[in-house]
Design a binder for this molecule. Structure first.
Ligand code: ADP
Ligand code: MG
Length: 393
């Protein structure tokens, strides 16, 4: 699938986030969002943006995950796409139709948008059968005129797609959580629009079942090919679900890229800290060359192969790397190599987390399996320049 994204330079806090993803060429995206802003009035009377200047394209058949901390504006963004909120600025377009344009006073009401939304815990109607739950979207908007026979055919078709046609006459309380999820999916797909918004559907589900349900959504999405915008605050869920992740930070898109790219080459320090654990060493840039950035730190010079775009000599930065990239007792004379002492070392089931003191700087070291180190023992710690990334403070 084409990895399309186009972000106005003013839409991102870090311009380099867009640099890896040129503006889309080719097919019309399923959703095109330009400069969308939604303001809220706080209790003190001040108006603040819940989302600001959001510009994104979502390709047909793509799963775009909106990932961010609670309160960062994810639901507001999704509700703007669904038409449950009216943006104060910007344009939302789907397959060539303008759904909302604040500037031109256009606003298509939610029931007339070919978009479905799946809420937390699915929001099925308990007093209705599975069949009636799934048929509900066909009783509103421009589907209203369908005959009973057509409704029946569509609903049974949707139930068959998700493999639960035999449950049509059950009530939600009579079926399992996984089956309820399939009902919600069938209800989202029954209109045939193939554009589904998910607002943290799994956040009330216990961790063991969550992995299974997430895998099922992903499997169905790939089999049926619908386009999805999926909101979560859980980075593992995001990485498991997404074709691309848009990291939302205080109402703005801070980075949009594949999960791998966001994890390995985060656009800025806030994105890096949000996704996974990090070793950080503060310093000042002393040299920038193609493929090589040198940073003077309290640990001496650190060499890095990658960094945020536009770094300059003299700039205050942080050299970062992931704990699993820390090497113990490797080559003695390499770069980024320090003597250290083991402060703690704990086994967590699938990995061991050790903390190594380099003077008064602590570094995290993860190894898979059960390999605790002796507390107080001397080690030599290193990290390859190719695993270090330099980010502006
Ligand atoms: P998320 O889904 O990422 O947790 P939301 O989009 O729900 O975040 O909220 C973003 C911000 O907007 C929060 O600060 C929230 O308090 C505020 N907000 C959301 N809805 C309203 C509303 N109807 N009125 C006022 N403030 C709101
Ligand atoms: Mg929310």
């Amino acid at each position: 699938m084409a990895n399309v994204v186009s972000m106005g330079a003013d839409a991102v806090t870090a311009p380099e986030a867009a640099a890896h993803h040129p503006a889309p060429a080719g097919p019309e995206p399923a959703l095109r969002i330009r400069g969308v802003r939604k303001m809220y009035r706080r209790s003190d009377g001040e108006s603040v943006p819940a989302i600001d200047d959001t510009t994104l394209d979502i390709a047909e058949g793509e799963v775009l995950v909106l990932l961010g901390a609670s309160g960062c504006g994810k639901s507001t963004f999704l509700r703007c796409i669904a038409g449950l909120e009216k943006p104060d600025a910007g344009v939302i377009e789907s397959r060539g139709t303008i759904l909302s344009s604040a500037e031109d006073g256009i606003f298509v009401p939610p029931e007339q948008r070919d978009i479905s939304m799946i809420f937390q815990s699915y929001a099925l109607w308990p007093h209705m059968t599975v069949f009636k739950n799934v048929a509900y979207p066909l009783t509103t908007g421009h589907h209203k005129g369908l005959s009973r026979g057509e409704v029946r055919e569509r609903v049974m078709g949707a139930l068959e797609m998700v493999g639960i046609a035999h449950l049509a006459e059950q009530h939600p309380a009579q079926i399992s959580g996984g089956q309820q999820q399939r009902v919600a999916l069938a209800r989202a797909l029954v209109k045939g629009s193939g554009l589904v918004l998910f607002d943290e559907p799994l956040s009330n589900v216990d961790a063991r079942v969550r992995d299974q349900l997430r895998a099922e959504i992903r499997e169905m999405q790939q089999r049926l090919g619908f386009t999805a915008v999926y909101v979560t605050h859980d980075q593992e869920e995001a990485i498991g679900m997404a074709d691309r992740i848009a990291v939302i930070d205080h109402g703005v898109v801070a980075h949009v890229a594949t999960p791998r790219e966001v994890f390995l080459r985060p656009a800025n320090l806030r994105v890096a800290r949000f996704i996974g654990k990090l070793n950080e060493v503060e310093g000042t840039v002393t040299g920038v060359e193609e493929g090589r950035i040198t940073v003077a730190t309290a640990l001496g010079e650190i060499e890095a192969a990658t960094g945020q775009d536009g770094l300059r000599t003299g700039q205050e930065v942080v050299a970062v790397w992931r704990p699993d990239r820390t090497v113990l007792n490797g080559a003695a004379d390499g770069e980024n190599c320090w003597p250290g002492k083991v402060r703690t070392s704990e086994f967590y089931g699938s990995f061991t987390d050790s903390r190594i003191d380099l003077g008064d700087h602590e570094v995290m070291h993860w190894t898979t399996g059960d390999l605790p180190l002796e507390t107080g023992g001397s080690v030599r710690l290193s990290v390859a320049p190719s695993d270090v990334r330099v980010l502006a403070q």
